[in-house]
Design a protein around this ligand. Structure first.
Ligand SMILES: [Zn+2]
Length: 485
């Protein structure tokens, strides 16, 4: 996932701050099936439990991510592989026999890299492992060579006087902290998403960051920068964490340090890709929709297995499990493969715009986009009336090791734009302690996925989607829910 826009950054910060307000579970775990029967029919509960059990016997959608990463591989939004992925996804979902499969357009600016190089040239010579950041402009041919100024973090960059960095290469060394819920990402990622434009304003000639990631391996972590037409930026690269350590040590020698940075990359003004949507048509309220999703695009390095091929597999398997029931759910269930998440949530924005006058009919949105770690808690942003229903759903998820985590959710990055219109949202929060070891690197490949965890995830999404579709009440939407996560 990305969280590079102010919109999503805010979501990360607010989401992560409240993550620690765990609701006491004592009263909840004392509830049993009987209390849930006051909310759901006996049959709906029996189906939920059977989905849970079936899910645990399935493969969690591992075959889906395996096929996606093998046949398509990396699929940067706007690249030829993106178009192939959309075509593959539509065919795949049709083959699976969903009631309806269709495409919805999303148009966005995009970018592609040709090459990047970052080298310490003095007082020692050392080539760094590096990746250009999304939307980095190219350097002049032959690159730029300049003295390096090292800054602690984004705040230091904002504070530094232009006279100190003019004509220099800025290196921001902030280090992302590891956390189960990814809490280290929000504070660290500003250096990536917004740093180069600040550096440009202050007259620097290139911008280098320590990778926003927790890996100690020699892989650089790329990721998007905020892009606005007409705002000047600088050639910008991330160096791997061990290389950043090396650069810090060289800076520590106390002599002037010079680097050479070269980037060749191209900006594409407008490209149209598609969200791919599969429907299980509701039997009673076909126009009301439970939306579960993941994003189909990935970065152009690795094969986008954890980010977000795993999510694509998980929600597809959840859909397959529900589709294989004899009975159709009351509300429709949509499985959404979002376009162009990584470079600015464009699929999520397009979906929100398309549905903006219709959010009363969207029961809830929940996206799987945090790798393939086990889910440990459910959080929800719903109306007060729906809260007992969420408690009951949490109770059905408890056997999967999932606890009720409290009120307040954003639904994942691609449902964030819809959240701005007050859509109800649920987060099934995954353990992401290792997620940022691989995030946006060449090392995000299929072998990093533990299929057992996907099984737990898919099982949980199936139970969640089914019971959300059978809920006796709407989860609510509108002004009351705006900003409440
Ligand atoms: Zn992602």
């Amino acid at each position: 996932m990305i969280m590079n826009k102010p919109l999503s950054l805010l979501a990360v910060i607010t989401g992560l701050c409240i993550a620690f307000l765990h609701h006491p579970l004592g009263a909840q775990t004392a509830m049993d099936a009987d209390s849930n029967q006051a909310i759901f029919s006996e049959q709906d509960l029996a189906i939920a439990r059977s989905l849970r059990a079936q899910g645990l016997e399935g493969n969690g959608g591992f075959d889906v991510v395996e096929e996606l990463t093998t046949l398509i591989g990396p699929r940067l939004a706007g690249s030829p592989a993106d178009a192939q992925a959309v075509e593959w996804a539509k065919a795949y979902l049709e083959k699976e026999g969903f009631d309806r499969v269709w495409l919805e357009p999303a148009t966005f600016p995009t970018w592609h890299r040709n090459m990047e190089k970052a080298t310490i040239v003095s007082p020692v010579e050392r080539e760094m492992v590096t990746l250009a950041l999304g939307f980095s402009p190219a350097t002049p041919e032959g690159g730029v060579r300049a003295e390096v100024v090292m800054l602690d973090d984004y705040e230091a960059l904002e504070a530094v006087d232009a006279s100190q960095v003019e004509g220099k290469i800025i290196f921001v060394r902030n280090r992302m902290e590891r956390a189960r819920d990814g809490a280290g990402y929000g504070p660290a990622v500003r250096a990536r998403s917004l740093g180069a434009r600040i550096a440009a304003e202050k007259g620097a000639v290139a911008y280098v960051i320590r990778s926003i990631g927790t890996s100690t391996n020699r892989f650089a972590h790329t990721g998007s920068q905020r892009f606005d037409v007409g705002v000047r930026s600088l050639p910008a690269v991330a160096i791997s964490n061990p290389d950043a350590d090396q650069l810090e040590r060289v800076m520590g020698l106390g002599e002037p340090v010079a680097m050479h940075i070269e980037v060749d990359a191209e900006f594409v003004e407008s490209y149209t890709s598609h969200n791919v949507i599969a429907e299980i048509t509701g039997a009673k309220y076909p126009d009301q929709v439970v939306a579960i999703g993941a994003h189909l695009d990935s970065w152009d390095v690795g094969t986008g297995a954890l980010d977000d091929g795993a999510g694509i597999g998980i929600v597809t398997e959840a859909g397959r499990l529900i589709k294989s029931l004899d009975q159709r759910p009351d509300r429709s269930i949509h499985i959404i493969f979002f376009a162009a998440e990584e470079i600015g949530l464009w699929g999520g924005r397009a979906w929100a715009e398309k549905n903006k006058d219709n959010f009363h009919a969207i029961q809830v949105g929940a996206e799987s986009d945090f790798g393939a770690g086990p889910i440990y808690e459910i959080r929800a942003k719903v109306s007060d009336e729906a809260k007992p229903v969420i408690r009951a759903i949490a109770e059905e998820l408890a056997p999967l090791g999932i606890e009720f985590g409290g009120w307040g959710a954003w639904g994942g990055p691609d449902f964030r734009p819809a959240g701005a219109y007050g859509m109800a949202a649920i987060d099934l929060r995954q353990d992401g302690a290792n997620y940022f070891d691989y995030h946006h690197t060449e090392n995000d490949t299929l072998d990093k996925i533990n299929p057992e965890n996907m099984v737990q995830n898919a099982s949980a999404y199936a139970v969640l989607a089914w019971l959300s579709a059978q809920s006796p009440v709407g989860f609510g939407s509108g002004p009351d829910l705006i900003g409440s996560n």
